[in-house]
Design a protein around this ligand. Structure first.
Ligand SMILES: Nc1ncnc2c1ncn2[C@@H]1O[C@H](COP(=O)(O)OP(=O)(O)OP(=O)(O)O)[C@@H](O)[C@H]1O
Ligand SMILES: [Mg+2]
Length: 173
């Protein structure tokens, strides 16, 4: 299970939402809800062990934004760009090591593009890649269970705790 650098992210340790993802469908449902609620300019950081479902979640968001579009894992390309509506940039920090590596891929130009949604896998590899505002999602996979925990910076708290939760049938709060 990843150690989440809450101090670096400026987030409280307690998640706003905590969900069991019993099957692939549940992961897809979460991705769809996120894409319905959060629009252009949002940053979504994804943490979690290998095969936990980070790329799957982004695939579901992309399919929700523009049916027929497909997200691919950026593990080797480092960065993918999708002409969805709004456009999305999908980055994987797994093979990067330092803040300098971010600059060499033009990270901030992509992440600070106000018309795009940014999704960044393995954010815990380079905690300084967190822009200060956004959504943080930890996916965990153990032998018995898969789980998602979600946090939001102040700006996005109500959207996550109310709008996303309602779409997932969790009611308010
Ligand atoms: N809730 C779930 N229950 C069961 N299987 C799931 C669930 N969510 C996703 N999966 C499956 O688990 C795998 C997750 O792979 P995925 O590439 O999304 O993980 P990842 O977190 O991006 O891994 P990596 O760290 O290698 O980038 C996929 O085969 C997907 O179909
Ligand atoms: Mg992945």
């Amino acid at each position: 299970m990843p150690e989440i650098p809450f101090d670096a992210f400026g987030l409280p340790e307690a998640p706003l939402l905590s969900l069991d993802l019993d099957d692939l469908d549940q992961t897809v449902r979460l991705g769809r809800a996120l894409a319905e609620v959060f629009g252009e300019g949002v940053f979504i950081g994804l943490l979690g062990n290998l095969g936990a479902g980070k790329t799957t979640l982004v695939q579901a968001m992309v399919a929700q934004l523009s049916p027929g579009f497909e997200a691919r894992s950026p593990t080797y390309t480092l960065l993918n760009h999708y002409e969805t509506q709004p456009p999305m940039v999908h980055i994987d920090l797994y093979r990067l090591e330092s803040y300098d590596d971010l600059e060499s891929i033009g990270y901030w130009d992509y992440v600070e593009e106000p018309s795009a949604i940014s999704c960044v896998e393995w954010l815990d590899r380079i905690p300084n890649a967190w822009p200060g505002e956004g959504i943080l999602i930890e996916l965990t996979r153990t032998d018995e269970a898969r789980r998602a925990r979600l946090w939001a910076s102040e700006r996005y708290r109500a959207m996550l705790a109310e709008d996303v939760a309602a779409r997932l049938g969790m009611g308010a709060g």
